[in-house]
Design a protein around this ligand. Sequence first.
Ligand SMILES: [Zn+2]
Ligand SMILES: [Zn+2]
Length: 253
Amino acid sequence: MQITFLGTGSAMPTGERFQTGLLLESDDQNLLVDCGSGALHGLARTNVGYEGVDTLLLTHHHLDHVSDILPLLQARWLAGEESLTIVGPEGTDDLVSRLLDIHEPMQDRLELTIHELDPADCPFEIAGFEVNAMETRHSMYCLAYRFETGDAEPPFVFSADSEAFEELIEFADGAAVLAHDCSFPDDVDVSNHPTPRSLGQALADADAEVGRVYLTHLYPHTEGRHEEMLDSIADSYDGDVRFAEDGLTISLS
Ligand SMILES: [Zn+2]
Ligand SMILES: [Zn+2]
């Protein structure tokens, strides 16, 4: 499995980081996870491109995770592609319908298949990946995902948007890579997202083995403060923790 961070930013653009998007590749299967503003450009910079992804998986419906859906539909249609499958939590069907309601020119351009998933029914097979889901702690219903390929390859886990808590880290037990929300430095008073201190504590307290943690969903407040944030996590957790960057590709095999 190969993971490319298309966007490691948040709802407040920095000019350096697009909003959330991840490209997962395994054999000839490609999966786009979230599609925030700029993620489509990030996707266009990959060899796969928007022509090569026919499935989009959403973690939740906040704007910084869904705002490039209509541009993705239009780009695929203009490129001669005919379909897109969109999978996401409850309400995804309604979200896509309403986006199309307000943008008549894109209606009926692509054959759309929408699936809504319930973590209780996991695992699902999505674009060739075996996917388990877990509800996160966020201001909106949101799902973290655990991806496996069925090969003898360790899983990849994406926290989506969430506070840090032990059960979510334990959901990532055995993963080679956990990409985790780390929106703000410690001095920002925040709920619904973690701080480095709370993330380090959850990583240390959880009964889980995680190969490497990548910090993502970064607000402008984090710029220039990466060392201090890593130090804060290291105060309680001695594992491998790094910052994700747009365009970074990690191979698990
Ligand atoms: Zn969110
Ligand atoms: Zn977000």
